[in-house]
Design a protein around this ligand. Structure first.
Ligand SMILES: Cc1ncc(COP(=O)(O)O)c(C=O)c1O
Length: 373
């Protein structure tokens, strides 16, 4: 908030690019025509119309879903909470990427889950590492409850799980009877609209729980997401969800459905995706211009983030505190690991900044690193 700071930390979508007048008209029309119904309590499963819009989004990733598989949530963060609540007891093991989404670590922590992390590279998590870890944990007689992955434009690294690794990961987990939780909020914000890689869910709907979201492709403030799961699991998830919030907000769901049912939304998403691509290029150009030798970064094909690896700075360093000294805010890589990682890492977001902020922010980052070496 303070003007003397530059923040490359927050991964917020750019909602200024949405057609606000159209959205205002849709909201007014919904309330005028169906106000009594929309302002009333709704169903714990979500509104009846939304599964059709979600099925179209998931079909682009090769998956077939119906209302029997779908549960609407108050954002995919709620999906993460429900799946952990349903599957895990304190001390159970969940296997995830190293690094992973800080918000998922918060959920796992709150249910006292033992998160074990498998390293990622430019092609995502290594399925052979997952297989080895499942077998090791089981040999120690600990239950592994699920494998948690973010396959597209991962938070925090920006990398995408390759198609070969997707197939192998599904094979490794189904051979061992382990469910995969596929957290996929960035699927529709790739820089290229097509071809989209098949979702893990499309490869094995019986063994994968898919979490989707309207947060990045429409609005995070509306809080609408979904889960796709086998019908028996979906029913349990609904009961767990009803216990928390009875049902997701009806007006937000109706608005999400009304918006993505119109052709304009897809054109708008194309504009938004191009804007993220332009910003990503601007940030990577600034990194190349200002950062010293020994710093490397990922090259995202979509999403909001790039991930830096900094040689010559100890992974124990409080890199956020050092950056704040230089009036810069970043996400410290350590926050994305259960244990201190082997190297110093930083997450930078380009989804909501300007080229000038990227230039100034990376200049300050260079001074920060200088002061630590
Ligand atoms: C990987 C990942 N999962 C889930 C979420 C939460 O998304 P939602 O707004 O749908 O709750 C985020 C938000 O940043 C995310 O990056």
């Amino acid at each position: 908030m303070r003007p003397e700071f530059v923040s490359l930390a927050g991964g917020n979508p750019d909602t200024s690019l949405l057609p606000h007048d159209l959205i205002a008209d849709l909201s007014a029309q919904l309330l005028r025509e169906r106000g009594a119904e929309i302002l009333q309590y709704g169903s714990g499963a979500g509104i009846a119309a939304l599964p059709e819009s979600i099925a179209a989004l998931m079909a682009a990733q090769g998956a077939t879903v119906t209302a029997d598989n779908l549960l609407i949530t108050t954002g995919s963060q709620m999906g993460l909470d429900l799946v952990t609540k349903l599957f895990c007891d304190p001390g159970d093991v969940v296997i995830g990427e190293g690094p992973t989404y800080v918000g998922a670590m918060g959920v796992f922590g709150s249910y006292e889950v033992d998160l074990r992390q498998v390293p990622t590279d430019d092609d995502g998590i290594d399925p052979e590492g997952v297989a080895e870890l499942i077998d090791t944990v089981r040999a120690q007689r600990h239950p592994v409850k699920f494998v948690y992955v973010i396959p597209n434009y991962q938070n925090p690294t920006g990398v995408t799980l390759s198609e070969g690794r997707r197939r192998r990961l599904v094979q490794v987990c189904s051979a061992r009877g382990i469910t995969i939780v596929e957290d996929d909020p960035y699927a529709h914000v790739g820089f290229q609209a097509s071809p989209m890689l098949p979702s893990l869910y499309s490869m094995n709907p019986a063994g994968v729980i898919h979490l989707g979201s309207f947060s990045k492709l429409f609005s995070p403030g509306l809080r609408v997401g979904w889960m796709a799961a086998p019908p028996a699991v979906r029913a349990r998830l609904q009961i767990a969800g009803e216990a928390v919030s009875i049902h997701p907000t009806v007006l937000a769901q109706e608005l999400a459905h009304a918006y993505v049912s119109r052709p304009e939304w897809w054109q708008n998403l194309t504009i938004i995706r191009r804007s993220y691509q332009t910003r990503c290029e601007a940030l990577l150009t600034a990194l190349a211009k200002h950062l010293p030798d020994g710093v490397t970064w990922t090259t995202p094909r979509g999403g909001f983030f790039t991930w830096l690896t900094v040689a010559g700075v100890s992974p124990e360093t409080d890199i956020l505190a050092a950056a704040i000294e230089h009036h810069l805010v970043i996400v410290p890589g350590n926050a994305c690991y259960v244990r201190t990682p082997a190297a110093c890492h930083i997450r930078l977001a380009y989804s909501n900044g300007t080229p000038d902020e990227f230039d100034e922010g990376t200049r300050r980052l260079a001074s920060t690193l200088d002061s630590l070496r």
